[in-house]
Ligand binder design. Structure first.
Ligand code: 5GP
Length: 194
């Protein structure tokens, strides 16, 4: 997605060969115009997939998911990373290890919001090692829901997550796919990978 690539080039900060900071439009300050364009792009790609829910993970997946949900006319459910006082035992849970933060979180979704009647599009901000996406896929497995695919705002294609998920036969749509962050420079794969 050209608009997104331009924004990454303009405002993304390469923190290391593995980490890109996008605090100006996605991870801290949010650009609603860009998020709407991203949400619409996911919605267009999945318009014929019979989506009934979008599943994401707090917090940075929520903004793009909201716009996709608005356009597709479906609810957005976000997995929680912390136990909530108002959440009970009625939960699907899985473990997600974050290599960036060096910690493992239990993530959970109430059984009230995903069921085997659902066809679900997963959306997240980044795809790196694939652990967050795998955790969300496990929740859909527990719910016996249909997985339509995984929509990613920024894939780091030089890390193993994309292959891991695609090798399971799951559709992955990334709107920007980074080939390299070497020498402080962002380089994209020419073709978006579906
Ligand atoms: P994964 O589970 O695929 O390794 O990583 C997914 C999560 O890690 C994303 O939801 C995102 O929060 C975080 N993450 C991984 N790599 C990056 C990165 O380069 N930049 C930022 N801002 N977040 C990242």
């Amino acid at each position: 997605m050209k608009l997104l690539q331009e924004e990454i080039i303009k405002n993304g900060k390469v923190l290391s060969e593995n980490v890109l900071k996008v605090d100006t439009f996605l991870n801290h300050q949010i650009d609603p115009v860009l998020m709407q364009a991203i949400g619409n792009e996911f919605a267009a790609r999945y318009k014929d997939a019979g989506i009934t829910k979008i599943l994401t993970i707090e917090s940075s997946g929520i903004a793009p998911s909201m716009f996709a949900g608005l356009t597709l006319g479906v609810p957005v459910v976000f997995a929680r990373k912390r136990k909530s006082l108002t959440l009970s035992d009625n939960l699907f849970t899985s473990k997600v290890h974050s290599f960036t933060k060096g910690e493992t979180n239990d993530i959970s979704v109430s059984k009230d919001f995903i069921s085997k009647e659902d066809t679900v599009l997963i959306i997240d901000d980044f795809l790196a090692n694939g652990q967050a996406a795998l955790g969300l896929l496990e929740i859909l497995d527990q719910a016996e829901a249909n997985t339509a695919g995984v929509g990613i705002v920024i894939e780091k294609g030089f890390q193993p997550g994309g292959k891991l998920i695609r090798d399971k036969g799951i559709r992955v749509d990334s709107l920007a796919n980074i080939k390299s962050l070497a020498n402080g420079k962002v380089e994209f794969f020419e073709e978006e990978t579906v």
